[in-house]
Write a protein that binds this ligand. Structure first.
Ligand SMILES: Cc1ncc(COP(=O)(O)O)c(C=O)c1O
Length: 370
């Protein structure tokens, strides 16, 4: 069967009607539906891209040693994960492609299960389908019984709801996976955007954190992206790090398939992982937008769940999400319905913080107007 037959309809197409309504607002749409960054790409990153514009030769699939070492240093500096082997690091063309292709690259197929959270970014499911494997949404490892999946996806902080998985939970999953030979891939691209006041760590816990895995990265992969924290979604700059043996398999496959991050993007990625200052500046922009929107939602009787990290507020009025989407569209505000992320999320909407300050102020004013 051709692969497209296995794939679900693209959910965003179902928002067209609500978008048309929101667009007709006299003061314009406030689009909080997609998590696409809107602030400028930092100068340090652009300069690195421009400086590497002369690129007549092919880039390395694996990434140059200095890039892989810089990513390893970032894990030590920001993620409490010293000892990431630079041989266990590879740049990817954004992380969505890696999420979509990882089951295939790992050789999974019919009869193999790929698991991911019940309420999740849809590409984990898509990746299982592309491979011809069985997608298994599951909230807890006890759901698997005797038949463990071959690959278990975690997403922390989670998209859409912003939940952070604590160290003890991650450690428990790692122990469970090791006993069964399950590969754990943890998608962590919102780790720098942690809004909790009661934690000392610089970022949310990584699967490679020493306190999670005891410094042993066997069977573990951390998937990371520069798109959100560094306003580089247009660059397609991301990486995977962890078990060198697994990464070697990725390198070998990706060489054959021509999956290589462009050279100027690799240099821009290097500049981005070495500079913490622009990330701190961007985090403060999102903090301020978050405070404005959260205040307005609370004032107008909404409840938010989780939302302790990441780029979204996970909000509900205790009614079907599509009703909420339509009501907000009437105010010129577009949000993503929870049902994009799983049937269990049908009473929530996802409100993105990725709009210019003026639009966020507009949204707050419209929310609190009645
Ligand atoms: C959880 C999660 N993983 C991966 C991605 C993909 O990021 P990118 O492909 O831009 O690196 C996103 C983007 O929204 C995401 O929310």
């Amino acid at each position: 069967m051709p692969v497209d037959r296995h794939l679900p309809d693209f959910p965003w197409d179902t928002l067209a009607q609500a978008k048309a309504v929101a667009n007709s607002h006299p003061d314009g749409i406030v689009d909080l539906s997609v998590g696409t960054p809107v602030d400028p790409t930092p100068q340090v990153v652009r300069d690195a891209l421009i400086a590497a514009a002369d690129a007549p030769g092919y880039p390395q699939v694996w990434g140059t040693p200095d890039l892989r070492e810089a990513i390893s240093a970032w894990f030590a500096r920001r993620r409490n994960a010293p000892g990431v082997d630079p041989d266990g690091v590879i740049p990817t063309i954004g992380s969505k492609e890696l999420v979509a292709w990882l089951p295939t690259i790992l050789g999974l197929g019919p009869g193999d299960a790929v698991s991911f959270p019940e309420i999740a970014y849809p590409t984990y499911d898509v990746g299982a389908r592309i491979a011809g494997a069985t997608p298994v949404p599951a909230q807890s490892t006890v759901q698997f019984g005797p038949r463990a999946p071959k690959l278990l996806w975690l997403n922390t902080p989670g998209n859409p709801h912003g939940q952070v998985l604590p160290i003890d939970h991650l450690a428990k999953v790692v122990r469970w996976a090791r006993e069964r030979g399950v590969i754990v891939a943890s998608d962590e691209c919102y780790a720098e955007l942690d809004w909790r006041d009661d934690v000392d760590d610089l970022t949310t816990p990584s699967i490679l954190d020493e306190r999670v895995c005891g410094g042993d990265h066997t069977g573990l992969l951390s998937v990371y992206s520069m798109s959100k924290q560094s306003n580089m979604a247009g660059y397609r700059a991301a990486f995977v790090a962890g078990d060198p043996a697994l990464v070697k398999r990725l390198v070998d496959f990706r060489k054959h398939a021509g999956m290589m991050a462009p050279w100027p993007v690799q240099r821009a990625l290097l500049a981005a992982v070495q500079d913490d200052e622009h990330v701190a500046i961007q985090k403060e922009r999102y903090r301020s937008r978050r405070n404005t929107l959260l205040g307005a939602l609370r004032e107008s009787g909404w409840r938010t769940d989780h939302s302790e990290a990441g780029l979204y507020l996970w909000a509900t009025k205790g009614q079907p999400c599509r009703t909420t989407v339509d009501e907000l569209a009437g105010k010129g505000i577009l949000v993503a319905p929870g049902d994009f992320y799983g049937a269990a999320a049908s009473a929530h909407v996802r409100v993105a913080l990725t709009a210019p300050d003026e639009r966020i102020e507009q949204a707050a004013a419209r929310l609190t107007a009645d």
